[in-house]
Design a protein. Structure first.
Length: 338
């Protein structure tokens, strides 16, 4: 099991969380024994390539992995509430009210034939939030203003298709925030947007975390976005977190060869290209076909540079490092050139 990274005041506690799917070929594990905590107001970037399990991990925190997926954990808590022990009815209340999900395709989550105002006020009615229709309307307008939509009253009258992609994403965030959740799972919420709108949405999420104390788990394939927004980063590969730490530490001194390779493939914004532009050779393994030992070994430059040591093929690497910054590699901190 990977070491747990403790937030100072845990809002979310995850220990030994796994997600499995029953398939015709047998049980396939997509998330494997993940542990971490998140503090109030903290933004954690969860980064990795496709098939790393990051979106499934995000959904599992909501207990919303679709069937036949099965989430298990030693502990899964939001403050002192045990999320594993909740019934489906209780979970429906927790979702939206305490944990919100904001996804990449905001339009797909909206009703195309209902105005934005009706959609947002319906959330308040569905969760039996006290207040008259007028008070709900005023609260919806405030929520739209808070995500800095110009002329919120006009937006209330509009249908989703009448808004730009950036406005739709702001509405989705306003919908997520209207019940003042403690935790937002933001799954690639800016990927489809142009760079300017992307920067605005990231700034918005940052200010929401700072002003409301909302914890945000920001799922992305893009380390540059994590650098922009995150307090902490968790790098995921083949169902596991392979490196975790404060963003500035991980970017300054990445310890896992996979993190180093991801960082080496980044072009600095507005700066000189790095001396080496490393694409990571090969593909990440699919769930169910993870290699034994270290799952990154078939693609690992350090493994090759060290003459393919046997322990990388036979032994699962444990976390090495201090409590705040660690990497799951037998040779964490050693460079490929050694
Ligand atoms: S344990 Fe071995 S194969 Fe895995 S990342 Fe470290 S050096 Fe590479």
């Amino acid at each position: 099991m990977t070491d747990i990274v403790e937030a100072t005041v845990p809002l979310v506690t995850v220990r030994g969380l796994s997600v499995e799917f029953a398939t015709q070929e047998g049980t396939v594990r997509a998330v494997d024994d993940v542990s971490f905590t998140a503090g109030a107001g903290e933004i954690i970037g969860l980064v990795g390539e496709s098939a790393s399990g990051k979106s499934t991990l995000g959904l599992s925190l909501l207990r919303a992995v679709p069937a036949p997926g099965r989430t298990s954990a030693e502990e899964l808590r939001l403050e002192d509430r045990d999320l594993l022990g909740l019934s489906e009815t209780e979970l429906r209340t927790v979702r939206s009210a305490e944990i919100a999900l904001v996804v990449q395709d905001a339009l797909a989550t909206m009703n195309p034939v209902t105005t934005i105002g009706e959609q947002i006020t319906r959330i308040l009615r569905d969760h039996a939030v006290p207040g008259t229709r007028r008070e709900h309307r005023e609260r919806a307008i405030r929520a739209l203003g808070e995500v800095r939509l110009p002329d919120p009253e006009d937006v209330m009258r509009r249908y989703p298709h009448e808004l730009s992609g950036g406005m739709q994403q702001r509405v989705a965030i306003a919908q997520g925030l209207i019940l003042e959740p403690k935790l937002i799972i933001a799954d690639e919420p800016t990927t489809a947007l142009d760079v300017t709108v992307q920067a605005q949405i990231l700034a918005l999420l940052k200010s929401i975390a700072a002003t409301h104390g909302t914890s945000i788990i920001f799922v992305t394939h893009d380390l540059a976005t994590v650098a922009e927004i995150g307090d902490r980063v968790m790098v995921m590969y083949a169902g596991r977190i392979v490196e975790s730490g404060p963003v500035k530490d991980v970017f300054r001194s990445p310890e896992h060869p996979y993190t180093r390779a991801l960082l080496a493939s980044l072009l600095p914004l507005g700066g000189e290209p790095p001396a080496r532009l490393d694409a990571i050779p090969g593909q990440p393994p699919r769930p169910g076909s993870w290699p034994t030992g270290c799952r990154f070994s078939p693609r690992c430059p350090l493994y090759r540079a060290k003459g393919e040591p046997e322990q990388c093929r036979t032994h699962d690497p444990r976390a090495r490092g201090d409590g705040s910054h660690w990497a799951a590699c037998h040779f964490a901190t050693e460079e490929e050139s050694e």
